[in-house]
Design a protein around this ligand. Structure first.
Ligand code: 13P
Length: 308
C-alpha cells in the first residue's frame, strides 16, 4: 500500500497532475487527493488549477464538468464506469424535449447531469448554492429545475416557489428509511440528524440540519460536542471522523440493511490501484463533444460567478 501511494505521488509530480476527490470516495482515495470537497469545490478547483492533468476521483459527470471548464487539459477518471443514477435519470434528449415544451422557462440544472443536459441549461447549481442561485431570480420567474425532485422540492419549500420539477432521484439518497432513523433517534435521543437535500421530504422532516456534504461537514466541525446520525452517502464519515475524532457519527441505514446502499457503488469503483494505472497510462480520459462543451460551459461559468 505504501509503495502504491509513493508511486502515485511520483507519477503525479512527474506529469504535473492534480488529484481531486469527492467526499463520497473511499477513505484511501480521499487521503491521497490534493483536494477533497463537494461538487462545487471540485468544479472551482478544476477551473483554477495550473496542472496539465486533472484526475477526477468522483463520478463521470464531475470529470465532464472539469473537462468542459478546462478543454485544453487532460481529464482522467480512474474508472470510466463510475456513473451516477441521478444523471442517468435525466436523458438529454428527453430533457431537451421537456424544455422545448415549456417556452419562457428558465432552466436550472443540478450539477449531477451530463454535459448534454447542461448544454440546454441556463444555470447549473450544486446543493451548496442551489438556494442562493434560485433566489437570484425574481419571485415570479418561471423555472424548470432538474433532475433531482427531492432537492427541487426542498428548494421550492425554502424559497416559497413553485418550480417545475424533473422526476429524477439519487438511488442512494432515496433509500434512507424514516423508520430506521426514528429507531436510531430513540436509541440516541441526544443525536442530531444531518441530511443531504437529495433525501426524500419525509427524511428531511426529521433532520436538524439539511445541507450539501460541505455544509454538513462544516456544521459538525463547528459543533463537535454533538452525536450525529448522518443521512447521506457514508463516505462523508471519513472526513467527518478525521476532522472530529472525538465525535460519534452514525451512518443512517437504508431501507434494506443487507444491500449496503448508503454507499454509492459508482463512487466506490475508484481504487488506489486504478488511480495508479490511470496516471501511468493517462487513461481513461474524459472527452466531451466540442459543440456540447461550448454550450455547457456557459451555465457552469454562470454558477461559478454567482458562487464566487
Ligand atoms: P455535494 O457534494 O455537492 O453535496 O453533492 C453530493 C452528490 O450528489 C455528489 O454526487
Amino acid at each position: 500500500m505504501n509503495e502504491l501511494i509513493k508511486a502515485i505521488n511520483e507519477l503525479k509530480k512527474e506529469k504535473n497532475a492534480i488529484i481531486l476527490g469527492h467526499y463520497y470516495q473511499k477513505g484511501e482515495i480521499q487521503d491521497i487527493a490534493d483536494y477533497v470537497g463537494d461538487s462545487l469545490a471540485l468544479a472551482q478547483w478544476a477551473a483554477k488549477t495550473e496542472a496539465d492533468i486533472i484526475v477526477m476521483c468522483g463520478v463521470h459527470f464531475m470529470g465532464e464538468t472539469a473537462k468542459v471548464l478546462c478543454p485544453d487539459k487532460k481529464v482522467l477518471v480512474p474508472d470510466m464506469m463510475a456513473g451516477c443514477s441521478l444523471a442517468d435519470s435525466c436523458p438529454a434528449d428527453q430533457f431537451a424535449q421537456f424544455v422545448k415544451e415549456h417556452p419562457g422557462y428558465t432552466v436550472i440544472s443540478y450539477v449531477n447531469t451530463t454535459a448534454a443536459v447542461k448544454a440546454v441549461t441556463d444555470v447549473v447549481v450544486t446543493s451548496t448554492n442551489a438556494k442562493q442561485i434560485v433566489e437570484s431570480f425574481p419571485k415570479d420567474e418561471k423555472i424548470i429545475f432538474g433532475p433531482d425532485r427531492n432537492l427541487g422540492n426542498y428548494i421550492n419549500s425554502v424559497t416559497n416557489r413553485n418550480m417545475l420539477l424533473w422526476d429524477g432521484a439519487c438511488h442512494v439518497h432515496e433509500q434512507f428509511s424514516v423508520e430506521k432513523i426514528m429507531e436510531l433517534k430513540a436509541q440516541h435521543p441526544e443525536a442530531l440528524v444531518l441530511a443531504h437535500p437529495e433525501c426524500k421530504s419525509t427524511v428531511l422532516k426529521l433532520a436538524d440540519v439539511v445541507g450539501s456534504t460541505a455544509a454538513l461537514l462544516k456544521y459538525a466541525v463547528n459543533h463537535p460536542e454533538n452525536t450525529y446520525i448522518v443521512a447521506t452517502e457514508s463516505g462523508i464519515l471519513h472526513e467527518m471522523q478525521k476532522k472530529c475524532p472525538q465525535t460519534t457519527f452514525i451512518p443512517a441505514p437504508p431501507n434494506d440493511s443487507t444491500c449496503g446502499c448508503n454507499e454509492c457503488s459508482f463512487m466506490r469503483l475508484n481504487t488506489l490501484e486504478k488511480l495508479y494505472e490511470c496516471l501511468k497510462n493517462e487513461a481513461p480520459e474524459i472527452t466531451v463533444d466540442p459543440e456540447v462543451a461550448k454550450k455547457a460551459v456557459k451555465p457552469i461559468q454562470r454558477m461559478l460567478e454567482i458562487s464566487a
